[in-house]
Each structure stands twice: as structure tokens, then as C-alpha cells.
Design a protein around this ligand. Structure first.
Ligand SMILES: [Zn+2]
Length: 439
């Protein structure tokens, strides 16, 4: 078992309210996933990530820790339920083998909720230097020290298995943009061949995950104690809550095809034939017009299976993630909330009382915030808006204080999570009596 995906309801517009059960926990979808590039969501520590949510307008002291397995049915608005880590970065530093020896990335960074790793492909093609691409894989030089490395689909899988996230991604070629139809088609062919090889390696080696059945590093839980979907609740020596036993990682395919509708359809069909646990739509938000992004997502969603999770990689602004979620995208990730936060750009609602009003960007470093006693967003229930003024945040930013980056990032992440919480609320309740998990 690698995942369980239960769709409770699909709206007229295509939006789906579902629950995604992974080895390390249940994720309410549609979901936004904060990006933890180097096993850290920049400037935000894990304990804060777990309670960053904003749904309960109650004092902090009354908030229950919904992440705890015994605190009742999973509820949203209680922190990030799943985060990303980047394979390329962790492979280079500190190294996937070191992380595997320490029990996998969950244990390494003390995060016991679900995680997803990308394949490393995107960074190899965007960050690394002197790439040499062949049918076998990609040779590249590290952007850190210039050292030479080689990534093949098999090697990407081996690295991702060593890291041990709940969901890993097939290794694919990311074509430059804009690219001609012919160039995109050829790249897509390579991507499909690599997806096949990724799947083959995953099937043969998935038991080698640091927390898997075959691993000596797996935490030992009380005998016979099983979770709702047959996964043992572990209480390992490091106290990391529920964990997996007879479960393994899920592998998602990535639909490519650039900005060409026929290639997107073909790519989706080819990947569906591989019958993978989930599907991502890649190669978007790379500079194309937003209408094009939307069109590519819409036509790809039409092709993809209705009973598997669908993930759009690397998007987007808060209004975009809302739009795509309502179209039927289940998972999204983006560095924008934290990156913008570090640059002093904060997302707020035009009318703070109306959480459906337009998204506005507040530039905290502007002088008119210097004596502003209001919170960033008066309608936001996040821990930053409950406590700090714009004046203080401007001072932190202007002084280059690291706390400024942290607080800005926390608010922006809360803003994203709140947006998805509202979308989920509109779509309706998720099935919670999931024993057996059929249908
Ligand atoms: Zn806030």
C-alpha cells in the first residue's frame, strides 16, 4: 500500500474534496504544500509549520493539536499537512546516504507528517551547470562546488527511496521555454522512457525505504497495534508519532508536453498506461501567459483518471491555487509564500473582512507602514497577525533582522493554507469513516 485516495465530492466546476492517506498521515485535499528545499521550509521551524493554520478563531491556548493521531478525525486548518523536499539539494548536501543512515528525511528533520520529494530533474535542468543529456541520463556539475554528478531515472529513484518521502516523482526532462513542437515532442519521448524506467526501479526497490519492511532502521512499534488503514502506529525511540510498516512510497508520473495541447494529451495517455498511484502536471508556470497555464491544466485534467490524485507542480499566486483547486487539481506547491515573505511582500485581502475579496500585495518595507499599528491583514487569524503590527514588521525588515523573514513567511503560508481551507469548505466535507477505504 502506498496511498489511499478517497474523493467525497466533485463540484460542477470539477473541484474535488478528498482525503489522501499516506504512510505518515492523512492529507485533506485540495492541498497547498509548502516547499522545504533543503529539508527546511526556509526560516520556519517544523513546530510552527504544524500549527500555522488559521481556521479556528480561538485563542492559541484553546487550540487543539489536530496533528496528533488521537485528537479525533483529521481536520484542516491546523498546519501544513504535507511539505516538499528537493532531491537535488539533499543529494548534494548533506547527501542521501547520510540521510538514509539517520532513518530518512522525516526523522532527520523531525517531521512526522507526509512529505513529497521531486525527482531532482527540475533543479538539474535549472540550477546545475554543464549538463550533458543522453538517453541514459544527465551528467551535470554541482552549482555548489562544481563537482561532477550523473542522474539517471534509476539513480533519482535510489536517492528518493533513501530520503524516504511518502510520495516521490518520476525523473523527467524539463524542456526549455519556449520550445518548438518538435523539440517538445522529442523531450516528451525521453520523459516517457524515463518514467518507465523510474517505475521499474520503484517496483523492484520500494521496500528499501528507510522506514520500510526491509530496513533495519525502521522504528519498532507495539506488536499488533495497527492504524485505520492497516499501518502500524509506531512510537519509535525518537517519538515521531504514527509511522508506516507494511507501506511504501508512492510514485507519481509527470505529464509534460509544453504548451501543445496534442502533446499534453498524448503524454497523459502514455503515463496513464503505466498505471501509477498519482499524476502531476509539470512544465507549467515557466513564463507562459496565465490563460495558457489554465488551458493546459484543464485539458490535462480531462485526460487523467478521476480516482487518482492530480498535482500541479510549482504554482502559483493565491488566486491561482484557488482557481486550479476549483478546476479539480488536488495538490499544489510553490516557493512563492516563503520567497515573497523573505523579500517583505505579504499577501492580504483587499477587504480584510471579506476573505473572498481580491488578493493584494503589501510591501512591508514602505515608509507608510512605519507607524502603522494594524496587523498585516486584519481578517487573518494567523499567529503573526494576532500579535504583531505592521510597524514592528517593517522595523524588522528594515533592520535585516532574521525574525522578519520568519514572521513574513509564516503569515504568507497561513494565507495560502487559509485560502485552501476555504476552498475545501466550499466543496463540502470529506469522508471521514474511512475503514476499509473502498469507493
Ligand atoms: Zn496573518
Amino acid at each position: 500500500m502506498s496511498l489511499l485516495f478517497e474523493v467525497a465530492k466533485t463540484s460542477e466546476g470539477g473541484g474535488r474534496r478528498a482525503e489522501l492517506t499516506l504512510p505518515h498521515g492523512v492529507v485533506q485535499t485540495p492541498v497547498f504544500m509548502p516547499v522545504g528545499t533543503a529539508a527546511t521550509v526556509k526560516a520556519v521551524e517544523q513546530g510552527v509549520l504544524e500549527r500555522i493554520g488559521t481556521v479556528a478563531r480561538t485563542p492559541m491556548s484553546q487550540k487543539r493539536d489536530m496533528g496528533h493521531p488521537d485528537s479525533g478525525p483529521a481536520m484542516s486548518g491546523t498546519g501544513a499537512e504535507i511539505i516538499l523536499a528537493n532531491t537535488y539539494h539533499l543529494y548534494l548536501r548533506p547527501g542521501h546516504e547520510l540521510i538514509a543512515r539517520l532513518g530518512g528525511v522525516h526523522r532527520f528533520m523531525s517531521w512526522d507528517r507526509p512529505m513529497l520529494t521531486d525527482s531532482g530533474g527540475f533543479q538539474v535542468f535549472s540550477l546545475a551547470k554543464l549538463r550533458k543529456i543522453s538517453a541514459e541520463g544527465v551528467e551535470f556539475r554541482s552549482h555548489i562546488d562544481g563537482s561532477k554528478h550523473f542522474f539517471s531515472p534509476e539513480h533519482s529513484m535510489a536517492v528518493q527511496i533513501a530520503l524516504g518521502a511518502d510520495v516521490m516523482m518520476v525523473f523527467d526532462e524539463c524542456v526549455e521555454t519556449p520550445a518548438s513542437w518538435e523539440r517538445t515532442r522529442d523531450s516528451m519521448g525521453l520523459t516517457h522512457a524515463w518514467a518507465e524506467r523510474s517505475k521499474q526501479y520503484w517496483v523492484e526497490h520500494r521496500g528499501e525505504v528507510p522506514w520500510g519492511e526491509g530496513s533495519g532502521l525502521r522504528a519498532q512499534g507495539p506488536e499488533g497495534e495497527t492504524g485505520e488503514v492497516g499501518w502500524r502506529k509506531l512510537s519509535g525511540p525518537w517519538g515521531l508519532g504514527p509511522g508506516p510498516s507494511s507501506s511504501h512510497q508512492a510514485l507519481f508520473g509527470i505529464v509534460q508536453g509544453g504548451m501543445y495541447a496534442d502533446l499534453r494529451r498524448e503524454s497523459a495517455q502514455r503515463l496513464m498506461e503505466m498505471d501509477l498511484p498519482g499524476y502531476a502536471i509539470g512544465g507549467l508556470a515557466v513564463g507562459e501567459a496565465r490563460e495558457v497555464t489554465r488551458e493546459m491544466i484543464a485539458l490535462t485534467l480531462e485526460q487523467l483518471p478521476k480516482d487518482k490524485p492530480r498535482y500541479v507542480m510549482g504554482v502559483g499566486y493565491p488566486d491561482e491555487i484557488e482557481e486550479y483547486a476549483r478546476m479539480g487539481v488536488d495538490m499544489m506547491d510553490c516557493v512563492l509564500p516563503t520567497r515573497a515573505g523573505r523579500h517583505g511582500l505579504l499577501f492580504i485581502r483587499e477587504d480584510p473582512k471579506d476573505r473572498r475579496s481580491a488578493v493584494v500585495r503589501l510591501n512591508i518595507k514602505k515608509l507608510d507602514n512605519a507607524e502603522d499599528q494594524r496587523p498585516i491583514d486584519e481578517g487573518c487569524a494567523c499567529m503573526v497577525c494576532q500579535r504583531y503590527t505592521r510597524a514592528y514588521l517593517r522595523h524588522l525588515f528594515a533592520s535585516g533582522e532574521p525574525l522578519g523573514a520568519t514572521l513574513n513567511s509564516v503569515h504568507n503560508l497561513a494565507f495560502y493554507l487559509e485560502t485552501m481551507e476555504r476552498v475545501r469548505g466550499d466543496l463540502g466535507p470529506a469522508r471521514t469513516a474511512g475503514v476499509g477505504g473502498s469507493g
